[in-house]
Ligand binder design. Structure first.
Ligand SMILES: [Ca+2]
Ligand SMILES: [Ca+2]
Length: 588
C-alpha cells in the first residue's frame, strides 16, 4: 500500500484526488522552477495536488486553498448540491515553498461564508471537494479531547465509552519498583510504590514526567482560556455526569498519577515510570513486565514544580483539595532542585525507554519556568529573585525541552509585578509579529518553517505550539486579525493544507493516518486507528530509516508503523493541538 501511495503517480486528477499524489522529487530540477510564467488558462492536469482543509472551513474564518502548480489558474467554485458556480477567480502567481521544493498558487475563498459543500473545478474537471460549516472545530475539539481518554493507563475502556475501541485495563501500576538509579535511604532499590493512572505518553506504554508537565500546563491553560466552552463540551467518559468539566476530569486522571512521581521524603521527582525496554506490539493488558521508578532528575523536578505551582494557583476555586496537594508538591520539588542542581538525568545502562534529556542542556529554561510559576503562585521574594537572575532569557515557541515560553506566557497574563508583565507581553508580541510577517511571505502562508528547528521530530506539535503562542499574543498586538488569519492557515495545514495529502489527525479528514506508531492502534483488531491523535509529522531526519517518499522536510512523512520519527503520537503534541482547536471552537 505504501509503495502504491508514493510511486508511479500519474499526474492526473484521479490520482490527485484518490491518493494525494506528490509525484517524485528531483531536487536539482524542481528547485530551479522559481520564476512563474505569466498567467493564462491552464488545463486541469497542470495541477499536481490540491491542498485544502479536509475537515472543513469555519464559515467566519479565512479560507485558503493551494494548488500545486507552476502557473496561475482560473478556478470555479461550484455548489455541490445544485452544481451552480458560486465563485470564479484567478489564483495568485506561483510561489516556491522551499520546505517541499514545489510551487503553489493560492486560491483565497475567504469571501465564501455560506455554509455548504463545494467543489474546486478547473476546465470542468472536479479537483476536490470541501465544506464550509459552523461547527468544524467544536467537533474536532471533542474528538481530540477523547483521544486522551483512549490513552488512559490503569483503566478499562468499556464499549459504552470506547465503542469499537473498547479494551481491557493494563498497567495498573500499583506495584512499581524503585530502580537502582532512584534508590535513596528512605526508598532503597526494590521498594514498591504505587503510581497508577495517567496517560500513556506516546506510542509506547510508559509515563514520563518531563513530557507530562508541558502537556498538562497546556491543557489546563486551554480550559482557563475558555471555561464556559469546556464546561459545555461533553466527552464520552465515565465522569461525564459529575459536576466537573469533562476536560478537567480527564486532566485529573493525569494529575493524580503525576503527583505520585514525587518522593515525599525529600521532594525530588522521578524522571519516569517505565519498563526497562519498550514492549512489543501488544495490548495494554498484555504488558506484564515489571515497571520501575527511574532516577530523580533536575529536569523532572523543575518541570514538576512549574506545573504543580500552575495547578495550585488555578485549581483553588475548582478543586481545593488538589490545589493544596499541588502547592505543597511544587515547593518541595523546587527545594529539591535547589539542593541538587547537578542531577541531570543520565539514562541507566539497563533502561532503554525514552530519555527526555537534551545533551548539553543548561536547564536555564526549566529554572525560568519553575521560578516564574512559583513566583506567581506564592509571591515570595526568593522566587522573584531567582526569576530576576534569569531575566535575559528569550521568548520562544515552547517544546518539552524548551519551556521558557510557558513562563513568559504566564507572566504576560498574570504577573502582578508590572515590569514583568509588560516585558513578557512585549516579548510575546514581538515573536508573534515576526511569525506573522514571515508566514505572509511563505508560499502557503503558514508559520511552520519560520524557525530553523520547526521541521524536526514532532513538527506537527511545533505547529500546534505556534498556534498557542499566536493565540496568547493576540491581546498585545495592534492587528489581532492578522494573527487570527495565521491561526486559521496553521490549522488548515494540520488538517490537510500541506503537501503530503494527509490530514494528520486520526479520524479527522478524508485522508488520515491509518498506521500510527501507537501500540493500541497497531495491536487491536480494529482497522481504524484510535481517533483524535495527531501524528508527529514530516521532517527530514528519517532516524528510523523507513521508506520515505522525499527528502524535503515537509514531504518526508510516511503513514507506516515503521515511522516512529514521523507517525508516532504523543501527549505533548495532542495537548497543544487541543488548545489550538479549542481556541477557535470557543468562537463558533
Ligand atoms: Ca465531568
Ligand atoms: Ca531545556
Amino acid at each position: 500500500m505504501k509503495k502504491q501511495l508514493f510511486s508511479g503517480c500519474a499526474i492526473g486528477l484521479s490520482a490527485v484526488l484518490l491518493i494525494g499524489c506528490q509525484g517524485t522529487d528531483n531536487i536539482a530540477s524542481e528547485s530551479s522552477i522559481q520564476a512563474p510564467s505569466k498567467p493564462k488558462q491552464q488545463p486541469a492536469d497542470e495541477v499536481a495536488a490540491v491542498l485544502y482543509n479536509q475537515i472543513g472551513y469555519q464559515a467566519n474564518m479565512a479560507k485558503l486553498i493551494y494548488l500545486q502548480a507552476n502557473n496561475a489558474l482560473t478556478v470555479d467554485v461550484v455548489d455541490r448540491n445544485n452544481q451552480q458556480s458560486v465563485i470564479s477567480k484567478l489564483t495568485s502567481e506561483a510561489q516556491f515553498w522551499p520546505h517541499a521544493g514545489k510551487n503553489f498558487v493560492e486560491l483565497d475563498l475567504t469571501e465564501l461564508s455560506q455554509v455548504g459543500e463545494y467543489q474546486i473545478v478547473i476546465d470542468g474537471e472536479v479537483l476536490a471537494s470541501f465544506r464550509v460549516a459552523n461547527d468544524v472545530y467544536t467537533r474536532a475539539t471533542k474528538i481530540i479531547a477523547q483521544g486522551f481518554y483512549f490513552n488512559r493507563a490503569s483503566h478499562e475502556i468499556s464499549f459504552e465509552y470506547g465503542g469499537k475501541f473498547n479494551r481491557a485495563a493494563g498497567h495498573m501500576d500499583q506495584q512499581v519498583k524503585i530502580h537502582h538509579s532512584a534508590a535513596s535511604a528512605h526508598r532503597p532499590e526494590g521498594t514498591v510504590v504505587p503510581s497508577p493512572k495517567g496517560w500513556y505518553d506516546a506510542g509506547d506504554y510508559n509515563k514520563y514526567t518531563v513530557n507530562s508537565a508541558i502537556s498538562m500546563y497546556t491543557m489546563l491553560r486551554a480550559y482557563l482560556k475558555h471555561p464556559s466552552f469546556f464546561q459545555q463540551l461533553k466527552l464520552n467518559i465515565p465522569e461525564q455526569f459529575n459536576s466537573t468539566a469533562d476536560i478537567l476530569d480527564e486532566l485529573f486522571w493525569q494529575l493524580d498519577w503525576f503527583l505520585t512521581m514525587q518522593d515525599p521524603n525529600d521532594g525530588g521527582v522521578y524522571h519516569k515510570v517505565t519498563t526497562l525496554n519498550f514492549s512489543g506490539k501488544i495490548m495494554p493488558e498484555a504488558g506484564l513486565e515489571p515497571r520501575y521508578m527511574i532516577a530523580k532528575s533536575i529536569g523532572a523536578s523543575l518541570d514538576f514544580a512549574a506545573t504543580t505551582a500552575y495547578f495550585a494557583r488555578h485549581l483553588q476555586d475548582i478543586d481545593a483539595e488538589r490545589a493544596k496537594l499541588c502547592a505543597q508538591a511544587a515547593e518541595q520539588a523546587y527545594k529539591w532542585a535547589k539542593a541538587n542542581p547537578d542531577k541531570i538525568y543520565v539514562q541507566p545502562d539497563d533502561v532503554k525507554t525514552g530519555a527526555y534529556v537534551v545533551t548539553g542542556d543548561d536547564y536555564s529554561d526549566e529554572w525560568f519556568w519553575a521560578a516564574a510559576e512559583l513566583a506567581l503562585t506564592f509571591d515570595a521574594k526568593d522566587y522573584w529573585q531567582d526569576l530576576t537572575q534569569l531575566q535575559a532569557i528569550e521568548m520562544s515557541v515552547p517544546t518539552w525541552s524548551d519551556v521558557q515560553g510557558l513562563g513568559w506566557i504566564s507572566l504576560a497574563e498574570e504577573a502582578n509585578a508590572q515590569q514583568w508583565q509588560y516585558k513578557a507581553q512585549q516579548k510575546l508580541k514581538a515573536l508573534a509579529e515576526h511569525m506573522s510577517i514571515m508566514a505572509n511571505q511563505s508560499a502557503i502562508k503558514v508559520s511552520l518553517g519560520v524557525f530553523d528547528d520547526d521541521f524536526v521530530w514532532g513538527s506537527n506539535g511545533n505547529m500546534a505550539n505556534h498556534i498557542m503562542v499566536l493565540d496568547a499574543a493576540k491581546a498585545y498586538v495592534a492587528d489581532p486579525a492578522s494573527l487570527n488569519r495565521l491561526i486559521a492557515t496553521n490549522l488548515d495545514y494540520i488538517f490537510g493544507t500541506n503537501p503530503t495529502g494527509y490530514s494528520f489527525v486520526s479520524g479527522l479528514g478524508s485522508q488520515t493516518p491509518m498506521h500510527l506508531h501507537h501500540r493500541v492502534s497497531e495491536a487491536d483488531d480494529v482497522l481504524d486507528p484510535v481517533p483524535g491523535l495527531v501524528a508527529g509529522g514530516p521532517h527530514a531526519g528519517q532516524q528510523d530509516q523507513c521508506d520515505y517518499p522525499s527528502k524535503f522536510p515537509a514531504l518526508s512523512y510516511v503513514d507506516d508503523w515503521c515511522s516512529y520519527a514521523t507517525n508516532e503520537t504523543a501527549i505533548n503534541w495532542n495537548a497543544p493541538l487541543l488548545y489550538a482547536v479549542a481556541s477557535v471552537a470557543s468562537e463558533e
